[in-house]
Design a protein around this ligand. Structure first.
Ligand SMILES: Cc1cc2nc3c(=O)[nH]c(=O)nc-3n(C[C@H](O)[C@H](O)[C@H](O)COP(=O)(O)OP(=O)(O)OC[C@H]3O[C@@H](n4cnc5c(N)ncnc54)[C@H](O)[C@@H]3O)c2cc1C
Length: 464
């Protein structure tokens, strides 16, 4: 049973951690009561901002002894409400654990604290000619801890894998304040259960991650971006399959349907080649030199043409590459300009991508809604945005909930899952049972109980 935070608790926390680590003013409670999920706000009794691992340990020991709820938080960019203190208690922000502890170019590993901003680590290692690939679109603001807790992904994960592929070890703290370390800096490790991989994607419900040892690779020396316009969704989807089957090894393979292109066209001019396209693929290639990439791009464009693509646009330099990527990068903001919306982070086996878009359109039409779809085609991960349009609040909520459930049921029928990268968190938990069978759910609950028997860590999340 979780206890309410009382004024005496805050007095004790200030003695333990220092005045500036405990923020209980209204502005802080509002700030730490939100993330980027819809317009939800669950203010904590206080936000706690430890300076180092020892303070995380001290906080958790105390919170555990008093049975106070603790919700870990990185930068609050999450899209499933994972960092929202939905049951009150304390928000534990890791933002001040922001040191890159080590970059080791000989072993190609880096050690960094959980509050380091993802792009900051990327810049640090790229200065040394190294590369940390996970690239959520929020990378300029989100933290490594959030990426680890969500197993975040991005366009490049179709070649390099999601965050979990780049983690060798973790430093973490259990709900009762016990510190522990998993894995290490070894590239192979078969020593017992793999707790590193269990904690990755656990959404702050099993332990608080304070630092990670991450795998690096050499920075690709050349990159090239191609835009491929398709006359039908089916031809674009067929091209996605063929690209991988025929070994073109894209570093990124993104898709935007016509409604997504139209939304972006309202904010910036699009290349003529995209006029009338039913779908666009954006493909990024990585290689050792630009000559090699030009050689690889030609057969790729030929393959796309045989499957119906119009003329391919290929970047000649970094400026053009940014210009072509802007079409894809702007879509999130552009959708906001069209209508209030609800985003479903669906994922299906890659070959079911076109079926998924059709299912989304059908479900939306059945409920009198429109959709805008785009996403990481190479991973079968499609962001389906259900648009509110002119509906009043009550009608929107009714139709949205109906459409969302029907969409997830369709996704599961296609062999997919209800979230590819944003996590279950608070907003998706009522659909978990659609995609996870009862024995698996029971095993997950048993794992949660083993790590956090009192249930103080991020209560109210994941489980229905
Ligand atoms: C504009 C925008 C674009 C985005 N693009 C992508 C994308 O391309 N791919 C993608 O996967 N996601 C994307 N996201 C979602 C979000 O950025 C990611 O989920 C990100 O990893 C969250 O990091 P954060 O530091 O903001 O974590 P928060 O939102 O603060 O927390 C997220 C979850 O992690 C837990 N957590 C945070 N830190 C720790 C820790 N140290 N220990 C234990 N648990 C912790 C929290 O409890 C919560 O459950 C996007 C979001 C926005 C707003």
């Amino acid at each position: 049973m979780i206890e309410l935070v009382r004024p005496a608790h805050l007095v004790r926390l200030r003695e333990l951690l220092g005045e500036d680590a405990v923020r209980s003013d209204d502005a802080s409670r509002e700030r730490y009561g939100r993330d980027e999920t819809e317009n939800l706000c669950f203010p904590p009794a206080a936000a706690i901002l430890p300076r180092d691992r020892q303070q995380v340990i001290d906080l958790l020991r105390y919170a555990h002894s008093e049975r106070l709820a603790v919700t870990p938080r990185g930068a609050g960019t999450g899209l499933s409400g994972g960092a929202l203190p939905v049951e009150g208690g304390l928000s534990l922000s890791l933002e001040r654990l922001d040191r890159v502890l080590e970059v080791d170019p000989r072993n190609l590993v880096a050690r960094a604290e959980a509050g380091v901003i993802t792009a900051e680590l990327q810049r640090r290692v790229e200065e040394l000619g190294l590369f940390y690939p996970p690239d959520p679109a929020s990378r300029e603001t989100c933290t490594l801890g959030g990426n680890l807790a969500e197993d975040s992904a991005g366009p490049r994960s179709c070649k390099y894998g999601t965050t979990r592929a780049w983690v060798l070890g973790l430093e973490a703290v259990l709900a009762d304040g016990t510190p522990f370390e998993t894995g290490g800096a070894n590239r192979k490790d078969k020593t017992g259960y793999n707790l590193t991989q269990l904690l990755i994607g656990s959404e702050g419900t099993l332990a608080v991650i304070t630092a990670a040892t991450l795998r690096l690779t050499a920075k690709p020396r050349a990159t090239m971006t191609l835009i491929l316009p398709f006359p039908t969704l089916e031809s674009a989807a067929a091209a996605v399959e063929a690209l991988f089957r025929e070994g073109h090894d894209p570093a990124a393979c993104e898709i935007m349907e016509d409604a997504a292109l139209a939304a972006v066209a309202a904010t910036m001019p699009l290349p003529d080649a995209l006029r009338g396209a039913a779908a666009m693929l954006l493909v990024e290639l990585h290689g050792a030199d630009s000559e090699g990439l030009i050689e690889r791009a030609a057969p790729l464009a030929d393959l796309a043409r045989r499957l119906g693509s119009g003329e391919a646009l290929a970047s000649q330099d970094a400026t053009e590459e940014r210009r072509l990527w802007a079409i894809r990068r702007k879509v999130g903001e552009a959708v906001k300009g069209v209508s209030p919306y609800k985003e479903a982070d669906t994922v299906v086996p890659r070959a079911a991508l076109a079926d998924l878009v059709r299912a989304a359109r059908r479900v939306a039409a059945d409920n009198g809604l429109r959709t805008i779809c785009y996403g990481h085609a190479g991973d079968g991960n499609l962001h389906v945005n259900l648009l509110r349009g002119e509906l009043d609040e009550r009608e929107w909520e009714r139709r949205r909930d109906q459409a969302e459930e029907a969409l997830f049921r369709a996704v599961v029928e296609l062999g997919g899952k209800i979230t590819g990268e944003h996590g279950v968190g608070w907003t998706q938990r009522r659909y978990l049972h659609l995609a996870v069978d009862a024995p698996s759910l029971a095993a997950m609950r048993a794992i949660k109980a083993a790590f956090d028997p009192l249930g103080i860590l991020n209560p109210g999340k994941i489980f229905p």
